[in-house]
Design a protein around this ligand. Structure first.
Ligand code: LLP
Length: 482
């Protein structure tokens, strides 16, 4: 028998053992998995609320804009809307998701290194603040707003040349990153805005995001200092800039090690912002949702390996990409509490050697039908899931107040075929080839044209503006889990 598992569940965690079974909130995970099937993402919305409140209190009176890319589950977004959250979105799809959850356009910022004309038109139409990342994008936003006869608000995203983050893929603030504008270019653009070169645009502030899993509050402060410098230069040019958005990056201790608290990050920013007259905005994603979620899977097979066991489960890198992409280590536990007996490689069904959810971790002997839970999977789990190898994506269940709701049903094999239903159609292709055409599968080939063709409607929204009255917006009801 192995020593006790290194994966400790601390008191007060959303997922904990009670009477020998893993629980989330007041509900046993085995019963939830029985009702919803596996694989399934479980989210404890009460834990999301607690994490949100803690970060919000730490940065008060700053505004918390939850970063939707971490987890865009609609039930979870509705809960955050009810708590007064703002939102950071990075695509038209995420923007519509927040509007559908009842989010108010006034509390949404639209970031992202590449936005299409359609996305910028949608943002301008709805009145959300756009975080602009290039001079070309500023020109496109001006054109989008002018074309709609609207004004658009924007902030400039500055690249502060601050290197932070534990993995190269999580660093966004160094000068070779694709994100943001060099400081000098940002200041020049603000001067041109002040000179009237962008008549339909209203600048509101400066944005910076240096990376994820920040290890040191001073890194966040270093990025904020650069953003403040650009803000002051813009003010000197005559612009009324009053927002500093310092992005996200608050860390989560996946391995139980110490990480700085939200309060420590807030304390590092406080002296910089004091007296600046600028409102602070912060965009945490992971810190609000990571701990509140787990991916629960069933064992399909167990087989010996030279040292320990290989356990094959019905989920993998297609549903939780983090271990394969970043070599991230998630705590993995057996849903039935039993002492660990074997070093275990927990693997998925995907035909890739990288499809390993956990390597060499202590788990009990597991047999087909047993349940395991991959913890701390509420952030960048389902959000990054794919249909690779023809695999449907899992269901999502939210738990709150002792009740479970099926928020998103499991995808079916039929769903996977839906985009190619109907016969392949010939797609007329103009240009030098003259009347050449290519075959297109599916019933709709009009991808990308939706917003530019019909500025006040979007397909699938039943006509009308998606943001005319966000509170009235196609709120789907979640089904109760029996
Ligand atoms: N704001 C901006 C502009 C961002 O790009 C991001 C994350 C955030 C806020 C939220 O960062 P957070 O507080 O969650 O660290 N897939 C990776 C994380 C990529 C984060 C990308 N941007 C992962 O699974 O670790």
């Amino acid at each position: 028998m192995l020593a006790a598992s290194p994966f400790r569940l601390e008191d007060g965690e959303p997922f904990h053992y009670r009477d020998g079974v893993l629980y989330v909130g007041d509900l046993p995970v085995d019963r939830l998995a029985g009702a919803a099937g596996t694989p399934v993402y479980l989210y404890d919305l009460d834990a999301v609320e607690a994490a949100f409140r803690r970060v919000q209190a730490a940065f008060a009176p700053g505004q918390l804009l939850y970063s939707v890319k971490a987890n865009g589950n609609l039930a979870l977004l509705r809960r955050l809307v009810a708590l007064g959250a703002g939102f950071d979105v990075v695509s038209g799809g995420e923007l519509l998701r927040v509007l559908r959850a009842g989010g108010h356009p006034d509390r949404i910022v639209f970031a992202g290194v590449g936005k299409t004309l359609e996305e910028l038109r949608l943002a301008a139409h709805c009145g959300v603040v756009v975080h602009v990342e290039s001079a070309d994008e500023l020109a496109t936003l001006q054109a989008a707003a002018a074309g709609l006869g609207a004004r658009a608000r924007f902030g400039l995203r500055v690249n502060p040349d601050v290197e932070a983050g534990p993995h190269p893929y999580l660093r966004t603030g160094h000068d070779e990153a694709k994100f943001g504008l060099p400081r000098r270019t940002a200041v020049e653009l603000l001067r041109r805005v002040a000179a009237g070169d962008y008549p339909n645009l209203d600048p509101v502030g400066v944005h910076v995001h240096i990376g994820s899993q920040l290890a040191d509050p001073d890194e966040l402060a270093a990025g904020a200092r650069v953003a403040l410098g650009v803000l002051q230069a813009g003010r000197q040019a005559g612009l009324a800039l009053d927002r500093i958005d310092v992005g996200g990056g608050l860390p989560v201790a996946y391995d139980g090690g110490p990480v700085p608290s939200p309060e420590a990050f807030a304390a590092a920013l406080a002296p910089l912002l004091a007296g600046s007259g600028a409102q602070l905005q912060i965009e945490p994603g992971r810190a609000v949702v990571a701990r509140a979620g787990a991916l629960v899977a069933s064992v399909l097979a167990a087989k010996p390996r030279p040292a320990g066991q290989t356990v094959v489960v019905d989920t993998g890198m297609h549903h939780l990409l983090r271990p394969a992409l970043y070599r991230a280590r998630h705590r993995v536990v057996s849903v039935q509490l039993r002492p660990p007996t074997d070093l275990t490689w927990l693997v998925g069904p995907i035909c890739e050697s990288a499809d390993v959810l956990a390597a060499g971790v202590p788990l009990p002997d597991l047999a087909p039908g047993d349940l395991v839970a991959v913890l701390d999977a509420g952030a960048y789990g389902m959000a990054m899931a794919s249909n690779y190898n023809g695999q449907p994506r899992p269901a999502e269940v939210v738990v709150t107040g002792g009740e479970a709701l099926l928020s998103r049903r499991r995808e079916t094999w039929e769903d996977l075929l839906a985009w190619e239903s109907g016969p392949a159609r010939r797609l007329p292709v103009g240009g030098p080839g003259g009347g050449a055409s290519i075959a297109v599968h599916g019933s709709s080939g009009a991808m990308g044209l939706m917003w530019s063709l019909t500025p006040t409607t979007l397909p699938g929204l039943g006509g009308g503006s998606p943001c005319a009255d966000p509170h009235d917006h196609l709120r789907g009801a979640s089904g109760r889990l029996g």
